[in-house]
Design a protein around this ligand. Structure first.
Ligand code: UGA
Length: 434
């Protein structure tokens, strides 16, 4: 059918679309990325990245230069040139826990109207189970000629901050298909990665995504719940997590206790999955508990600050980290931003810093002082808070910070520092679960 290099179109140049496009070009395919925001296409064509993702800029520049990666704002141009079309448009969460699928719907209609020969349409957006079938139905309905096509679900498991590496070295690739016809071409696309590929039906592929993300969120909530018991019993969460993680059946990843998880995926995925289950008559109470534990973890952290500072109003607090985790400039549903908003509401004055997320945070955080250097954050502060696990925070000049603060108090929401060392340095130091 189609031969290598594959002619691929990616619709949507967000985190998933742009990384997918750049990486597919990197493994030799001819890729054209489409976005309906012309200013984004202009940026990309001039080698500027709309997001911060380690390694992405180099990959985009290299493959654009080699002529394997192109950008356009014309869906028509992208679809007509390609045999394989990835849909990677946003699927924003709505307040009631449902997902806005209007972008997917619109793109499916556009693709249908442009279909003149057999193509494979691959869904890479994060979608509720059942979406693949709806995409196929929509394309069939809006396609004027009776052209054959296949719709495939190919969920993405990359993590922000590690997306390029995760894409190029995946634990597995999941392909959900309605028929066997596209399987050979799909395997060819990913052949250079030498990855484990599993082929399932479409609904199973979509469910693998919900089930994996929810399980990881559950794992973080579980270790956070254990951290509470550690605090109450005088145990140490790091030792407990290490002891658990050495059991291969449990695994050591995602056992870092924190002030809670955030980001654009876990919170949305939990709400979606709970709702999907509910619509089918199953009360997924386990996942509602995960949400509750996560919210409670933030509350406990705020209480820890309040218990130590007594009154938060008019205290000056330095916040290290605004991104929802290290290695990204993404502040969507960031626990660090939520903490800032909460402390502002209590009347605190905030001095904040993040190595990459300051610009994005400026759009959501008002009435805080953005500080350009992490070592200056402590100036005049009654307390410091570590809210994101950026590795550079470990290099903070703690002695300097201690001298510049009104009181040397540090709340560590990511367990970056050693409690003994912090006490030796004269800090009142409070972390998570130890
Ligand atoms: C998550 C999944 O890990 C990816 O596999 C998936 O592709 C992605 O969602 C998605 O659905 O698009 P991501 O949201 O980028 O990736 O970030 P994670 O590294 O999973 O972290 C999520 C949150 O959990 C962060 O706030 C992080 O700080 C927190 N976390 C993670 C902890 O508090 N402790 C841990 O041990 C691990």
């Amino acid at each position: 059918m189609f031969s290598v290099p594959m002619k691929i179109c990616i619709i949507g140049t967000g985190y998933v679309g742009l990384v997918t496009g750049a990486c597919l070009a990197e493994i030799g395919h001819e890729v054209i990325c489409v976005d309906n925001a012309p200013e984004k296409i202009k940026m990309l064509n001039s080698g500027q990245m709309p997001i911060y993702e380690p390694g992405l800029e180099e990959l985009v520049k290299k493959n654009a230069l080699a002529g394997r990666l192109k950008f356009t704002s014309s869906t028509k141009d992208g679809v007509e040139r390609s045999d394989i079309i990835f849909i990677a448009v946003p699927t924003p969460a709505q307040p009631d826990g449902s997902v806005d699928l209007s972008f997917i719907d619109r793109v499916s209609q556009e693709i249908a109207e442009l279909l003149t020969r057999y193509k494979i349409i691959i869904d890479k957006s994060v979608v509720p189970v059942g979406t693949g079938d709806k995409v196929a139905e929509t394309i069939r309905r809006y396609c004027k000629s009776k052209v054959a096509f296949d719709v495939v679900s190919n969920p993405e498991f990359m993590r922000e901050g590690y997306a390029v590496n995760d894409f190029l070295h995946p634990d597995r690739i999941v392909l959900g298909v309605q028929s066997q016809r596209p399987v050979h071409a799909l395997k060819e696309i990913y052949a250079p990665l030498n990855a484990n590929i599993i082929v399932t039906d479409i609904n199973s592929a979509e469910l693998i995504k919900h089930a994996s993300n929810s399980f990881l969120a559950l794992k973080v909530a579980y270790i956070n719940a254990i951290s509470v018991i550690c605090e109450e019993t005088g145990a140490n969460i790091e030792e407990v997590a290490q002891g658990m993680g050495l059991d291969k059946r449990i695994g050591k990843d995602f056992l870092n206790a924190s002030l809670g998880f955030g980001g654009s995926c876990f919170p949305k995925e939990l709400s979606t999955f709970i709702r999907i289950a509910e619509e089918r008559g199953y009360d997924f109470g386990l996942l509602r508990e995960v949400q509750r534990i996560n919210a409670q973890q933030m509350e406990r952290f705020v209480r820890k600050i309040a218990d130590t500072l007594w009154v938060i109003k008019d205290k000056t607090i330095g916040i290290l980290g605004l991104a929802f985790k290290q290695n990204t400039d993404d502040v969507r549903l960031s626990p660090a931003v939520a903490l800032c908003q909460r402390l502002r509401k209590e009347g605190a004055h905030l001095r904040v810093y993040d190595p990459k997320a300051m610009n994005k945070a400026k759009m959501v955080l008002k009435e805080v002082t953005f500080v350009g250097d992490m070592n200056q954050v402590a100036d005049g502060c009654d307390a410091l808070v570590v809210a994101t696990e950026w590795p550079e925070f470990k290099k903070l000049d703690l002695e300097y910070a201690r001298e510049r603060m009104t009181h040397p108090i540090l709340f560590d929401g990511r367990n970056l520092f050693d409690p003994k060392k912090m006490e030796d340095l004269g800090f009142i130091y409070k972390s998570i679960g130890r």
